[in-house]
Design a protein around this ligand. Structure first.
Ligand SMILES: NC(=O)c1ccc[n+]([C@@H]2O[C@H](COP(=O)([O-])OP(=O)(O)OC[C@H]3O[C@@H](n4cnc5c(N)ncnc54)[C@H](O)[C@@H]3O)[C@@H](O)[C@H]2O)c1
Ligand SMILES: O=P(O)(O)OC[C@@H](O)[C@@H](O)[C@H](O)[C@H](O)CO
Length: 468
């Protein structure tokens, strides 16, 4: 950066007033919810106080530039740069005093979250795992008599701290909006939050049941974790410590109530619907399911990006077959042909370097929500789930090939390692994602026929060599 290039700043102008709290300042939040909020018709009334989930680094970078950052919309034939101005404050997640202060402010109307699927630390049905040590430690924190001394570490622990502050301040109802790729994310988060609140304080649990609205969302914008060349920004006239690259496409579908109001996100194209399930299934199965399948099949073939795997005929055939099986269990009336065609274009964008290794993280929960969900419904419909069995086989082949290599984090990694080392790894791994499928001998046969029939101990080291 040249000494003369100014860092982004508001030039003394005020940021919009904080009316939204966000937990988890990742790439996606900055490409999606913060962008929608900046494009609301009433954007000047809706500032976001964004808190990190773990490291404070991005909050420190944003704080140095008044919360502003560059969103680079990367199309196949060029970049479009935009400075997004909706983050009024960026804070470390450990700044609990500010979180509590804001949650107790009646002007704050919405709490959004992007903390990844595993960041909720909940089981797939939303219930907390009684053996989760981090949640157990947060329950101890949240029960401390001295409210000011409570210091929960998990995302849901901090959400409970915020909701309790609001209750104690009698600041009125609030909407809680999960924006992670989890089916029924609103009900999922409500189940976990209420169950944990029951174990903290009956008054808090009752308040949450009466005053907190849990909104479900389907969120869509491919946002890879890539860096931006500082020279590109310098050429535009500014320097930025926290730019984000995303695709031009964006979609947001929401179902639920906002009892204290919300930005007019529909001004930027968001849709509020009565029943989100069809939209959510279409997006999670077709887009995220295909991303996961391209990842497992692509990595074992030595491929590195979504665009590379999409261009590979064998990976593409797996995806097309999985799509055909998945659309057969989508509710009637959900458009899918144009959606599939558009997905292929989005995946093939050669300038979006979406690394398969990024999507490989937390694979177990994704296989459960994406492949196993389609296989179970196909069986229930009386059909043979050949394509979703192939998808599960691709996951198992990838798991077995990378045995002992911990590159892709997985909250269930220990269970996966035990299953992979068992005498029947196919049955044991399928049991991790679906009891129903594990009990189906014909499904296990389909998975084995698709290629997932190695035992972890049979693998030669060379088989794991091409993996990212
Ligand atoms: N990147 C995308 O294309 C995309 C698109 C749609 C939805 N999403 C959803 O957004 C999520 C985040 O994606 P991203 O690209 O922003 O990732 P990221 O790595 O840039 O950010 C993840 C955020 O989650 C927080 N986090 C992670 N683990 C946590 C934990 N255990 N407890 C609390 N906070 C935790 C991190 O601190 C960070 O703020 C995804 O997991 C997915 O559910 C992402
Ligand atoms: O970590 P995941 O698998 O939930 O998400 C990885 C990508 O599939 C995802 O980030 C997509 O790019 C996104 O869901 C597009 O809207």
């Amino acid at each position: 950066m040249s000494a003369a290039t100014p860092r982004l700043n508001r030039g003394g102008a005020a940021a919009p007033p904080v009316r939204v709290i966000h937990l988890g300042i990742g790439h996606f939040f900055r490409a999606h919810q913060a962008w929608y909020t900046a494009h609301a018709a009433d954007a000047e009334q809706w500032g976001i106080a964004a808190f990190t989930g773990r490291s404070a680094a991005v909050a420190e970078a944003l704080a140095e530039q008044d919360g502003l950052y560059t969103l680079v919309e990367r199309d196949a034939d060029g970049d479009r740069l935009e400075v997004v101005s909706s983050i009024a404050e960026a804070r470390s997640g450990s700044d609990l005093a500010r979180l509590v202060e804001l949650a107790a402010d009646p002007r704050v109307a919405v709490i959004t979250l992007t903390v990844t699927e595993s960041g909720y630390r909940l089981r797939p049905d939303g219930t907390p795992d009684p053996d989760d040590v981090a949640l157990a430690a947060d329950l101890v924190e949240l029960r401390r008599a001295d409210a000011a001394a409570r210091a929960p570490q998990t995302a849901i622990g901090r959400l409970l701290l915020a909701l309790d502050a609001r209750r104690r301040a009698d600041a009125g109802p609030i909407a809680v909006v999960s924006c992670d790729n989890i089916p029924g994310n609103g009900a999922f988060l409500r189940t976990g939050t209420e169950a944990l609140a029951d174990r903290v304080d009956a008054a808090l649990a009752a308040w949450i049941r009466g005053q907190a609205s849990f909104v479900s969302t389907s969120v869509d914008r491919i946002t890879p974790h890539v860096t931006v060349d500082p020279a590109e920004l310098e050429a535009a006239g500014w320097a930025d410590l926290a730019p984000v690259v995303t695709e031009p496409f964006a979609d947001w579908v929401l179902e639920g109530d906002f009892p204290a109001g919300r930005p007019t996100w529909e001004h930027a194209g968001a849709r509020v619907v009565d029943d989100i399930e069809p939209w959510e299934h279409r997006k999670l199965w077709l887009l995220n399911g295909a991303h996961s399948l391209l990842t497992f099949a692509g990595l074992v073939r030595g491929l590195e990006t979504v665009a590379d795997a999409t261009a590979d005929a064998s990976c593409r055939a797996l995806v097309e077959d999985f799509w055909s099986e998945a659309v057969a269990v989508l509710p009637a009336g959900v458009e899918h042909e144009e959606y599939r065609a558009r997905l292929l274009e989005r995946f093939a964008n050669p300038r979006i370097e979406h690394r398969l290794a990024q999507i490989a993280a937390e694979s177990t929960v994704k296989v459960q929500f994406r492949f196993a969900a389609v296989a179970e419904r196909t069986l229930l419909a009386g059909r043979v789930p050949t394509a979703s069995a192939r998808a599960v086989a691709a996951w198992i082949d990838w798991v077995l090939a990378r045995a002992g290599r911990p590159e892709a984090p997985d909250a269930r990694g220990d269970e996966v390692a035990r299953a992979a080392a068992s005498v029947d790894p196919v049955a044991a791994l399928v049991a991790l994602v679906s009891d129903r499928l594990a009990a189906s001998v014909s499904f296990l046969d389909l998975v084995r026929a698709a290629g997932a029939n190695a035992s972890a101990t049979d693998l030669e080291p060379a088989q794991s060599a091409p993996l990212a």
